[in-house]
Ligand binder design. Sequence first.
Ligand code: CP
Ligand code: NVA
Length: 330
Amino acid sequence: MDLKGRNFLKLLDFTPEEIGGLLELASHLKTRKKAGLSHRFLKGLNIALIFEKTSTRTRCAFEVAAHDLGMQTTYLEPASSQIGKKESIADTARVLGRMFDGIEYRGYSQQTVEELAAYAGVPVWNGLTDEFHPTQILADFLTIQEHFGRLKGIKLVYMGDARFNMGNSLMIGCAKMGLHFTACAPKEYFPDPALIQTAKAIAAETGGTLAFETDPQAAVQGADVLYTDIWVSMGEPEAVWEQRIQALAPYQVNAELMAAAGEQAVFMHCLPSFHDHKTAIGKEMGERFGRDSMEVTDEVFESDRSLVFEEAENRMHTIKAVMAATLHKG
Ligand code: CP
Ligand code: NVA
């Protein structure tokens, strides 16, 4: 597998073999890190991390992974740079591309990260857009592989707003790697029909399947993974909380739904999560709408069937693999 010089913008751009190769490399780098073996393969390189939205996991994963590989990082946020206000994405890309060996970008439109990549002349990695969150899927798939020993044939049910970055990316990732993907939500929360058609064509080649269900009990039968995400994503107005809660409350992952799935089922979530009142927004919305939790109950989140912190750790190992695979040294 040679991915040197490639961007990592969405899983649609990669073959199943390439995605499998990145997971293998991540697993290898994870073993090295756990064994305390140095892997400063990219010593002396510099990368820029642009975040137009907030982050804990993605930023820390890029920073720790870069430092482990021997690289320096520069963090840029809109408030402290010219991006968007005084300088276009194309101009920013051409400036940063002359100073840095790679660029991570988190923002709103997928179009922006694609434009950045078109002008930068160095690898660009998508750290989340409204449409796709591809590095998250690598972490999720490494976690599934570690738990179940395989990806092919695994049934993953995504509960909730499947039209946004996580639903879209999981659907494409599952199609690429031959998993059985189900989106479970009211119909208006299903992914874009054109993206569904693309995913169906891919799944036809890999042995994966796609299903779209409105009934949670029917959807989760025999599921290996129940996956959910927050109901209101970054960049959406606070005003949508009420309609989201009304529409998605029946799709909350709770003990009853885990039981309906069966004993093999694990719980996954990209995080952050509103599973209690220990966050400012979780408390405010919980009290306003009379709920203890939103997309997942605290009971399921804290249970031994929850793999959420394994996933979070794997963000770092998989992002490290993406950088190690795409960057040139020397
Ligand atoms: N899962 C994820 O992308 O987390 P952050 O928003 O904290 O980066
Ligand atoms: N859908 C969420 C994912 C966070 C990792 C968001 O965009 O806020």
